[in-house]
Design a protein around this ligand. Structure first.
Ligand code: LCS
Length: 400
């Protein structure tokens, strides 16, 4: 039990202490990994009472587990939500939320620049069940308004978007959602609650791929949903129970550990990313840089209004297009050529052929993902070493 009044604690304190205090039974400082699939009932009546909801208690790890609960409790605090529910991946979280909100015949709206897996779920898998998506450019909210009809059940926005870092105005979008009584979901993976709290801006549900900054160390795949208690209870007791996309106790424990350093990691990611974005912006072999913290970013003003910082993701175009980009990716030494993001290690990848290969040519074009676009996830290494690494690799590109 924690002696701290967590409702009054500030963000960094919540990162360290938000999952609970010292274990009462053993004095263990950290939450134990409750690696158990099932939980014993004290009597037949006790078991029946838990099943019928008369008593609270653990039953089976697909429905709940103390280690998962510690992570969920902490994420609810950090996102300023009532409750949270952990999943085995970001995709499990996203698919479960959409299925909880939409049924056959319904549609939902999303932005048109999404993680490739999310785009594939929305545009290929869900239509097979007669749930249709309308992907629109939500940097202009008139497109969202125009797309709403009587069958629209959800607005789903990734902001900043993967990989172009396009920003949607959350507060304005929430006004549209509220007027039409449609829940607004924000994928907050890129910003993390350290830099952006969508629920405070009027969103109803927040989703994370916890694989990224929440875990932070590239050793866990996980997802989490934060929102109103009624919605989270329904998600757990109906949809997670039936669809089964749960997180393991070990992975929940890794996330609790990762969260302890979220605030300090995000500060360093941002510091490094801004330096690298500025270095790239003035490099003669780079034609364009996307980073919400640069005044040249098309939605910089919206980012400034709704974010407390701009995060650790940078995308850019190398002069010489795809071939030059490949040369850059093949010659870096500190950056690892790999997908995923948000790790302490710096990563580099090519969205059009990797994370966003689920987009066809027209979709890539409308999402603003060119063949020459390179995405970097800036880690917490020394910024000078990272700049030197990009510099030596860019030097190897011959534009003539
Ligand atoms: N949302 C965003 C914004 C993402 O970037 C990803 C994964 C997901 C959801 C899905 O989460 P997962 O199931 O992987 O935990 N993004 C990836 C990326 O850019 N590279 O590899 C995965």
């Amino acid at each position: 039990m924690s002696k701290i009044d967590l409702k009054k604690a500030h963000f960094s304190t919540l990162c360290v202490h938000g999952s609970g205090g010292v274990d009462e039974a053993t004095g263990a400082l950290g939450i134990p990994i409750y690696q158990s699939s099932t939980f014993a009932f004290k009597s037949a009546k006790h078991g029946a009472d838990i099943f019928s909801g008369v008593q609270q208690g653990y039953v089976y790890t697909r429905i709940g587990n103390p280690t998962q609960e510690a992570f969920e409790k902490e994420m609810a605090f950090l996102e300023a939500g009532e409750a949270a529910l952990a999943f085995g991946s970001g995709m499990a979280a996203i698919s479960t939320v959409v299925l909880a909100c939409c049924k056959a015949g319904d549609n939902f709206i999303s932005n048109n620049t999404l993680y490739g897996g999310t785009h594939s779920l929305f545009s290929e898998t869900l239509p097979n069940y007669n749930i249709k998506v309308k992907e629109v450019d939500s940097t202009d909210l008139q497109n969202v308004i125009d797309a709403i009809d009587e069958k629209t059940r959800l607005i789903y926005i990734e902001t900043p978007a993967n990989p172009t870092l396009a920003i949607t105005d959350i507060a304005e979008c929430s006004k549209i959602a509220k007027k039409n009584q449609i829940p607004l979901v924000i994928d907050n993976t890129f910003a993390t609650p350290y830099f952006q709290r969508p629920l405070k801006l009027g969103a109803d549900i927040v989703i994370h791929s916890a694989t990224k900054y929440i875990g932070g160390h590239g050793d866990t795949v996980a997802g989490v949903v934060i929102g109103k208690k009624d919605f989270i209870d329904k998600l757990r007791s109906n949809f997670l129970r039936d669809l089964g996309g749960i997180i393991s106790p070990l992975n929940a424990w890794l996330l609790v550990r990762g969260l302890k350093t979220l605030a300090v990691r995000m500060e360093r990611h941002q510091l490094n990313a801004l330096r690298i974005a500025k270095f790239l912006q003035f490099h003669p072999k780079i034609s364009k840089v996307w980073y919400p913290g640069l005044t040249t970013h098309p939605q910089h003003e919206t980012a400034k209004k709704q974010m407390l910082g701009y995060g650790g993701m940078v995308s850019f175009e190398v002069k010489g297009g795809r071939k030059a980009g490949e040369k850059l990716m093949n010659n870096v030494k500190i950056f690892t050529l790999a997908v995923s993001l948000g790790d302490v290690d710096s990563l580099i990848e090519h969205p059009a052929s990797m994370t966003h290969s689920t987009y066809n040519k027209e979709e890539l074009k409308s999402a603003g993902i060119s063949e020459g676009l390179v995405r970097v996830s800036i880690g917490i290494e020394d910024p000078k070493d990272l700049i030197d690494d990009l510099s030596q690799s860019l030097h190897k590109i011959n534009l003539h």
